[in-house]
Write a protein that binds this ligand. Structure first.
Ligand code: GBH
Length: 452
């Protein structure tokens, strides 16, 4: 189909950082060449992944990283965000290193540097070593300390060439989907008893920031999932329910990092003998703050008895004090998520109001969508729409320094398996053949136009 005519693409600042994102478990494969993670155990249980697939091979990126780095280079972006697999570096989570695993990241970073692409590693994107999980995982405070030791091991090896770091990816989603609702690994359904997993991830983040800085690392951030919460109506029960949801998904993670305090009533629920000391670690000043943005969420009061509420494809337990509602009137992606570009500037404005001077420079560390097909005009429209909205936010003073598309290539989309495709590049999962989509060509031309 012919591309629709669009007004000229807006001009972003010269030094704006353009990038693409992936994560280890979703693309690397080579599962037999690393320690097991919670996701290996989770996908082994029938029913947990909708198409019954696993990430044992995934995109075989572990063996094909040169081809993938060439795709990043040819796209013309400045940076590549990937994640380091903790069980690949430390198969049991601590102690003995897997030399081949550490070598892989060393070679990947070299390949990126040689291609003129800045490596931006994320240290944790949900693939906790199984051995660490067997010791309690994120419900055990000791996991935070092990994570900091792992961070130091990675920094010692690739820190000489890495100039931008991310500690964790979306502790909110990992708490909610992995520990509260059981839709992701490790498959815990603890509801509000999942809160310790949030605290220990935040603590792990703070300890890792310190470990990275002690190893000489600079320019450290985190990638948090955020979106505006829309109350289902102006009625008080709906606004109160929406406010509570917003607290759990947004403020529970941003407040301790940026303000050094949990939202009211939450600190008391956290497992800590010295909460003030923990919050000092958690709020270790960040050089920048990453936001993964996908969509707004509409939330109302719990539905009447017997009416099931759904979130991210899971039927929610009726005892929750809120219920997500459908957002009508917008196009939806193949995943069913509404496409609302203006919700991004709305979110940035909320952050500015809420955190003011405490807010470090921002980077959009993920934004993207699932659509099928090589001629993905709908993905182009999604990215174009969000980038125009983002540009508008920059003009009204938002301090956003970069934007990363999720994702470079189609990959293992967690509980959905391979049936949701977020890539700029199509992957035939039977043959591993990579084919750039129309959106890849569009982004390349858009970025090329901005360079002299
Ligand atoms: C990210 O999480 C992950 O970091 C990444 O690994 C993943 O591949 C990517 O997004 C795409 O999923 O409209 O009610 O169904 C995204 C977190 C949680 C955001 C669920 C969208 C949809 C809620 N997402 N949410 S709903």
């Amino acid at each position: 189909s012919a591309a629709p005519a669009r007004p000229p693409f807006p001009e972003f600042p010269r030094d704006f950082l353009w990038g693409v994102s992936t994560s280890a478990h979703q693309i690397e494969g080579a599962a037999d060449e690393r320690g097991a993670s919670v996701w290996d155990a989770f996908t082994a249980v029938p029913g947990n992944v909708k198409d019954g697939s696993t990430a044992a091979v995934a995109c075989d990126h572990y063996h094909r990283y040169r081809e993938d780095v060439a795709l990043v280079r040819d796209l013309g972006v400045d940076a590549y965000r990937f994640s380091v697999s903790w069980p690949r570096v430390l198969p049991t989570g601590a102690g003995a290193v897997n030399p081949a695993g550490l070598d892989f990241y060393d070679r990947l970073v070299d390949e990126l540097c040689a291609a003129g692409v800045r490596p931006v590693p994320t240290l944790f994107h949900w693939d906790t070593p199984l051995v660490v999980q067997q010791a309690g995982g994120w419900l055990n405070r000791r996991t935070a300390e092990k994570f900091a030791e792992y961070a130091a091991v990675v920094a010692a090896r690739i820190g000489d060439r890495v100039t931008k770091w991310i500690t964790l990816n979306e502790p909110a989603e990992h708490t909610l989907l992995g520990h509260a609702l059981g839709q992701h690994a490790p498959g815990e359904r603890l509801l509000f008893d999942a809160l310790p997993a949030a605290h220990h991830q935040l603590l792990a983040h703070g300890l890792a920031v310190r470990a990275l800085r002690a190893a000489g690392a600079r320019d450290i951030g985190i990638a948090n999932s955020h979106g505006p919460t829309w109350p289902a109506s102006g009625a008080e029960d709906d606004t109160a329910a929406a406010d509570f949801y917003d607290l759990l998904l947004n403020r529970l993670f941003a407040d301790p990092l940026l303000l050094g305090a949990y939202p009211e009533g939450i600190g008391e629920l956290m497992p800590s003998r010295d909460l003030a000391a923990d919050l000092k670690v958690i709020s270790e000043p960040l050089d920048w703050y990453g936001i993964n943005f996908y969509q707004p969420t509409k939330v109302g009061a719990p539905l009447p008895e017997g009416t099931a509420a759904e979130f991210a494809g899971v039927t929610l337990p009726p005892e929750l004090p809120f219920s997500p509602r459908p957002i009508d009137g917008y196009p939806v992606t193949a995943f069913g998520w509404p496409v609302v570009p203006d919700a991004l500037p709305e979110l940035l404005a909320v952050f500015r109001d809420r955190y003011g001077d405490r807010l470090p420079p921002l980077v959009i560390t993920e934004n993207g969508c699932s659509y099928d097909g090589l001629d993905d005009q709908d993905r182009i429209a999604y990215l174009d729409g969000h980038l125009r909205a983002l540009h508008g936010a920059l003009e009204s003073g938002a301090d956003v320094r970069g934007y990363f598309v999720w994702s470079l290539i189609d990959n293992f989309e967690w509980a959905e398996g391979y049936r949701q495709r977020f890539g700029l590049v199509h992957v035939d999962h039977a043959t591993q053949v990579r084919t750039p989509k129309a959106s890849y060509h569009w982004l390349r031309e858009t970025l090329r136009a901005r360079r002299p």
